[in-house]
Design a protein around this ligand. Structure first.
Ligand code: SF4
Ligand code: SF4
Length: 293
């Protein structure tokens, strides 16, 4: 049995800003909401979301014998998270200006697993985005924050410019976190008003067909004419307007220091950049996804 105090020590030392531990069980409410969201046609081209729904909401189907999920969040907030000048039309979402969070978070979670003395691959599974796991639902249960109207997890101190990762364990823990209580969105609808394409549904979900982030990042997104409102890759509009992000500090984990200055590149640069040049120039950052064929 792992002690929560030891997990906390390791998560802090690995560079996480917030974390919690959830007992494994089927997340039936979250699964029902997710299935309704899919059935309502909110993600027609994101085929990976239509697969493995059972695993996504029950970690024991991802790792045999799973008992606990450690969920961690790290802030990547940088100066470009706060927004761009109104006339700048080559905007990049601020998460894409750093090292690829998949790689960084996996390394951090590996450190935690090693610190727990885990050497058997059957005793732990690292999950960062590409593994089907309901990280937002788990982050809420882990006490990290609430799901905001912009559909993202918001932590009262760190805001929503965070990336999430999870470590599924076959061991029990001595205590488990309590779900985040409270809703810091009450009385606010700034993100709904700010979204340039009306992609935010009233039930705190996103219509990905209308979402600039999906349309500019996902290789499988609908092609064809679509006004990206000055965004080249991703979109931070529904985060940079959020009052919780306005007061959140900039990131402190140096692994999320900015590698790219987006204002160095104008729209003409992006329109003329070849796939090969893009891959070379932005290797190791989330931006390479733009150049996937
Ligand atoms: S990322 Fe942009 S387009 Fe998508 S919901 Fe947020 S504001 Fe709207
Ligand atoms: S802008 Fe307002 S409504 Fe939207 S996520 Fe932030 S606090 Fe919630």
């Amino acid at each position: 049995m792992f002690k929560i105090a030891k997990i906390s020590e390791l998560m802090a030392s690995a560079g996480f800003d917030a974390w919690g531990v959830v007992r494994v069980g089927e997340l039936s409410d979250a699964k029902a909401r997710f299935e309704s969201w899919l059935a309502e046609g909110n993600a027609p081209t994101l085929h990976y979301l239509h697969r493995n729904a059972d695993k996504r909401f029950d970690a024991s189907l991802l790792l045999e014998g799973a008992r606990s999920v450690v969920v961690g969040a790290v802030s990547y907030k940088n100066e470009f998270s706060e927004g761009y000048k109104a006339d700048f039309d080559a905007r990049i979402a601020s998460y894409a200006l750093t090292s690829d969070y998949h790689t960084v978070l996996k390394d951090m979670l590996r450190e935690v697993a090693t610190g727990l003395g885990i050497s058997d691959r059957k005793a732990a599974k690292i999950c960062v985005d590409s593994t089907p796991l309901a990280e937002k639902a788990l982050a809420h249960l882990a006490g990290i924050g609430w799901v905001g109207r912009n559909s993202l997890i918001i932590n009262p101190q760190l805001g929503s410019f965070m990336v999430l990762g999870a470590l599924v364990l076959t061991e029990e823990c001595d205590t488990y976190s309590t779900p985040y209580k409270g809703d810091g969105c009450v009385g606010c609808s700034r993100c709904l008003l700010r979204c340039p394409t009306g992609a935010i549904n009233p039930n705190r979900t996103i219509n990905t067909t209308l979402c600039i982030s999906n349309r500019t990042v996902e290789p499988s997104a609908e092609k064809g004419a679509f006004d990206t409102h000055g965004w080249v890759f991703g979109c931070d509009e529904c985060q940079s307007c959020c009052p919780h992000n306005a007061i959140a500090p900039l990131h402190t984990n140096q692994r999320f220091d900015r590698l790219i200055t987006p204002t160095d590149y104008n729209r003409t640069f992006w329109d003329n950049l070849s796939t090969e040049e893009g891959k070379t120039l932005f290797e190791g950052t989330p931006l390479v996804r733009r150049f996937k064929e």
